[in-house]
Design a protein around this ligand. Structure first.
Ligand code: NIG
Ligand code: FE
Length: 437
């Protein structure tokens, strides 16, 4: 099947020579095509260019293509010939690559708005955790909820973020805290991969919080993660990446070192929570293990920035969590000025960021982190794709890449996307070459 989009006001984030990530001053350059067309063949972006797109061109593409199974046959306006091509007239509208949300915890049971009230009254994230709220609260609920129910709840969230423009998402375990419940979460994530058109990347987060049963015995819990959880997760091939909440009050650098070392032996590359609550050493330990990303980063100084320079590790900032918890902003400007790449993700979870809306993340990137719209768009597309190991196929409009993109509502400029925060500017969603909304 094929989809031809014509009269596109502007195609955003076009790459002639695709890059795996965009760094430093390069983030200010965003290639676009004004008044364009884009052709999708099966699940791939076949080609794009500037209007006009004439009948002869379309014929040529059809003759040289594998377009065999039309789902619809439309009459091209320029002739009487029937084509196995769905045509979309995008007059006044723009095309963006789908958002790539590289950090979420969107499999969870219920919600935690009561803690949110405690937060409003002044309790900190750590105080709530110490009272048995926070991650332990979600773990309790997850334990009591069936796999079917967890799948149904998560599917609703996936559907919501898909309609807001997300086309690929990482989902972490971490509300299990026991071997069986961690496996249950990861099996739910595996099931979601078969049910949702959104591309899903699973991450094992065994060390997310210390369960009450291990109070005073953190070493024993870490032993259990290493000796029992990791081998089971690996043998069932349930996760691509391994995460640790390496921060003050959660897991130490020594714990993290042991867990990452064990995970790497089973082929799970790290993507870790680091420097959200303190200068925890999380960034350094992530870099030591060649983590694909280190995430949160509110407590990042020049030492941490220096440590990231020249590495393959993507600094990933989570504006939703910083906003929701009222924390200071990660020093994104300094990172980019130092030549680093930056990705931004939603951190969709019930405790610190109960929203997976990447359009809002895009707005916050500009308003709170002083990113230019071009930089912010790279952060939520190609750099997010990199932080999931997907940027060879996702995250930009390039020939041969996965046809994961959205058509906006009529908007005056590209900058209108971050500017008009709070409203949904996504009109049509195309994932894997299919119109899903
Ligand atoms: O990324 N920081 C650790 N984990 C999550 C919060 C999880 C929760 O509170 O349920 C985060 O913010
Ligand atoms: Fe997180």
């Amino acid at each position: 099947m094929a989809i031809l989009i014509t009269n596109i006001k502007e195609i955003i984030q076009v790459e002639e020579k695709p890059k795996l990530k965009i760094s430093g001053p390069g983030m200010q350059t965003l290639k676009t095509i004004k008044n364009g067309w884009l052709l999708i063949e099966n699940d791939r972006i076949r080609d794009f260019g500037k209007m006009p797109f004439d009948e002869q061109q379309l014929k040529k593409y059809i003759q040289s293509s594998n377009i065999q199974h039309p789902t619809s046959s439309i009459q091209h306006p320029a002739s009487n010939i029937q084509h196995p091509v769905t045509e979309i007239d995008a007059t006044g509208k723009m095309v963006f690559p789908s958002f790539c949300d590289s950090h979420t915890h969107l499999v969870y049971a219920g919600s935690r708005e009561i803690e949110y009230i405690d937060k409003i009254k002044g309790l900190s994230y750590e105080e709530i955790a110490r009272r048995g709220g926070g991650i332990l609260n979600s773990a309790r609920r997850l334990h009591e909820t069936s796999e079917e129910d967890l799948v149904a709840q998560a599917l609703g969230r996936l559907r919501e973020i898909m309609m807001l423009g997300t086309g690929a998402v990482e989902i972490k375990s971490g509300y299990g805290l026991t071997v069986e419940d961690e496996l249950k979460m990861l099996r739910v994530i595996k099931k979601l991969k078969t049910l949702s058109p959104v591309t899903i990347v699973p991450t094992f987060l065994g060390a997310h919080a210390l369960p009450a049963a291990y109070n005073g015995k953190q070493d024993e819990f870490v032993d259990m993660v290493i000796n029992e959880m990791i081998p089971r997760v690996a043998s069932e091939e349930l996760a691509d990446f391994i995460d640790v909440f390496c921060d003050r009050g959660f897991f130490t650098v020594t714990d993290t070192d042991r867990i990452l070392n064990a995970g790497m032996k089973y082929g799970m590359r790290p993507k870790i929570h680091a420097n959200e609550l303190d200068y925890s050493g999380g960034i350094q330990i992530g870099v030591k293990y060649n983590a694909l990303s280190v995430d949160h980063l509110e407590y990042t100084g020049m030492e941490e920035i220096q440590c990231l320079i020249g590495t393959e590790t993507m600094p990933t900032v989570l504006p939703g969590a910083a906003f929701f918890l009222g924390m200071k902003s990660a020093p994104v400007r300094q990172m980019i000025n130092a030549g680093l790449s930056v990705a931004m993700a939603s951190d969709y979870n019930p405790g610190s960021s109960p929203s997976g809306n990447m359009q809002f993340i895009l707005s916050m990137a500009c308003i709170r982190y002083k990113m230019l719209p071009a930089e912010a768009i790279h952060a939520v597309t190609i750099n997010g794709a990199y932080a999931m190991g997907l940027s060879d196929e996702y995250g930009s409009i390039a020939r041969g890449k996965k046809a994961n993109l959205f058509i906006t509502c009529p908007i005056p400029t590209m900058e209108f996307m971050p500017y008009a925060y709070g409203s949904n500017k996504v009109d049509t969603v195309i994932l894997n070459g299919n119109i899903v909304q």
